[in-house]
Write a protein that binds this ligand. Sequence first.
Ligand code: ADP
Ligand code: ZN
Length: 721
Amino acid sequence: MTRARLILLNAALGPLDYRVPHGMSVEPGQIVVAPLGPRPMIGVVWDEGSFPDVETVGDNRLRPLLGVVDAPPLPAPLRRLIEWTADYYLAPPAAVLRMALASLSALEGGKTVIEYRQSGALPDRMTPQRLQALERIGERQGLVRELATIGDVSDAVIRGLIKQGALEAVEVSTDLPFPEPDPDHAHVDLSAEQQAAADRLIEQVRERDFHAVMLDGVTGSGKTEVYFEAIAQALRQDSQTLVLLPEIALTEPFLDRFAARFGHAPVAWHSGLKQSDRRRAWRAISRGEAKVVVGARSALFLPYPKLGLIIVDEAHETSFKQEEGVRYHARDVAVMRGLMEGCPVVLASATPAIETRHQVELGRYEEIRLPARYGGAELPEIVGVDLTQDPPDRGRWIAPPLVQAMREVLDRGEQSLLFLNRRGYAPLTLCRHCGYRFQCPNCSAWMVEHRLTRRLACHHCGHAVATPDACPECKQPDALVACGPGVERIADEVKALFPEARTAIVTSDTLWSPARAAAFVRDVAGGAVDIIIGTQLVTKGYHFPELTLVGVIDADLGLDGGDLRAAERTFQQITQVSGRAGRGEKPGRVFIQTRAGEAPVIKALLDGDEAAFYAAETASRRVANAPPFGRFAAIIVSDTDAALAQETARRIGKAAPHQEGLEVYGPAEAPLSVLRGRHRWRLLVHARRSVEVQAIIRNWLSSIDWKASTRVSVDVDPYSF
Ligand code: ADP
Ligand code: ZN
């Protein structure tokens, strides 16, 4: 190659051509350094003939490349995936590429970095901040900045601790190899049903060909054990495996379980990694040395040179949908990556998405079912609690039948779990004297009271203030009242009902790190907790044999608002949380509190009739031409200036294409009309499957200009609206 077309790591730029100087040789995928204005910039050499629309200039006007980065070239299937993702989700290729090169520091090559950890010595002068930092840091080590974040103190406090000798320097090599998992480390006897499922997956891994599989197994059926066998096969073939998990909080128990089966933990990849771990992981992955990688959705774009298997666990989870930057759905991109790589993709879930089931019906995905729990454990008994007949006392939320059941479980020394998908103490706080309500100054949302931290916080932008004693408006003391329940308020109610019980609140506020999640699992498994009160975080993956009762505080909560997926999400969440009950030898029961017992989704839950729910929901989607039949795309226009946002949205609306099979609704104010100080307007595109939505939108938007302050983003296949 004498000239090279690069994608540079700058989302504002399209592909650019450079000259390859004499003596330098590059190939597609190579990571290089190129001049951009006065600065050097990282870029990746793309294939000859790619991006044919790029304007070219003569060789003599091209600037020369500056150098080649010492890292393996990005493999061709990954380059195809980056192109596909950029094209499908209407994102700049550079923004997608950034996810593949997630660790720019890794490109500097392997080296030794200096981190710090506690030395055991105490500082001469102990301040409250220093004490807090040391307590929170515990056994961990990291860079100054990382320790400051863990300790929730300034960098200066950490530097002070280093100076005083309380933290000592350690050299860390980022080229340390990861120990390889051993496929034969521990043997697990599978049931006949599990073995049949595992055999089918093993066969597909052997074929080294693309297959999409929906592994549909009820909670506790052993889906993990089954796909572990497929991973063992991939290891025997020296292929890499990627396991995507929905939540960072879930990784720690998973890593332990994996290590028990394979002798060593897999390589973890998520946003919480410290820099040296990230660098070490990226290098090992890109060289094919990291054999099994477990990560959040961002792990999907890493440069695996020999990917042989992709697992998406809890594939129905909404957190696989990225809502910022490149708005992609990791479940869908995972299938695409499998297609590009030529390897099987397994979507494991007890409650597969309607879209996934539909692919099975169309014959595109294969279905493997595990209809029974492992070891003869029964699925829990479902009990409906009609809140209109059996209401809780005033100002309380746990109805008498559920209180009664909790009492019995507590007396038997077993555990119960209450589920309410609302963080904090109360969703709305108002002044009973003047009616003042706490509203976020940056968003069109109420501030949520958190009593544990004595704050009012916005769940959209994070803005928080200390909870005042008096109303800020009329200054009346003690006039603030909490309206409605959050998990903290339910926890208070539990403490009042069962003062002797040991409780644990599980939300992203209390389980913000893998270490905290691991401690929670240890506490519950060790019997140190009687009653768990949690948000959707507790619906996931946990296996507690002594947990025999689940109470759903408000099954109707997610059903209000005209969200397309409200019924499906309610069904999935409640099925998943119900699946936490009775996983061991003791049978479980689930109490579902509702005022909407006649709603089809609640009825299906109470009857345990999953097939009925899917049939009804699919039928109504078909009538509405909603996904998976038709498709949507949302165009969001935002600006700090309300008038400008509206005006731009109007102009975009005026220029809307007229096309058979495609409709444009709006512009209208977006459901969250102000977010982080930006006013948001939305246009919704609704189209038949056969319509080339992306090309139409690209074309449409390219005809319109907007001010630099305005942001126009497209969400293809938006998750909720
Ligand atoms: P799922 O992912 O389908 O909810 P898991 O794989 O977590 O199910 O299995 C549920 C529980 O049953 C786990 O504790 C697991 O270790 C156990 N289990 C499943 N299959 C087997 C087996 N074949 N032998 C021993 N334990 C098993
Ligand atoms: Zn806010």
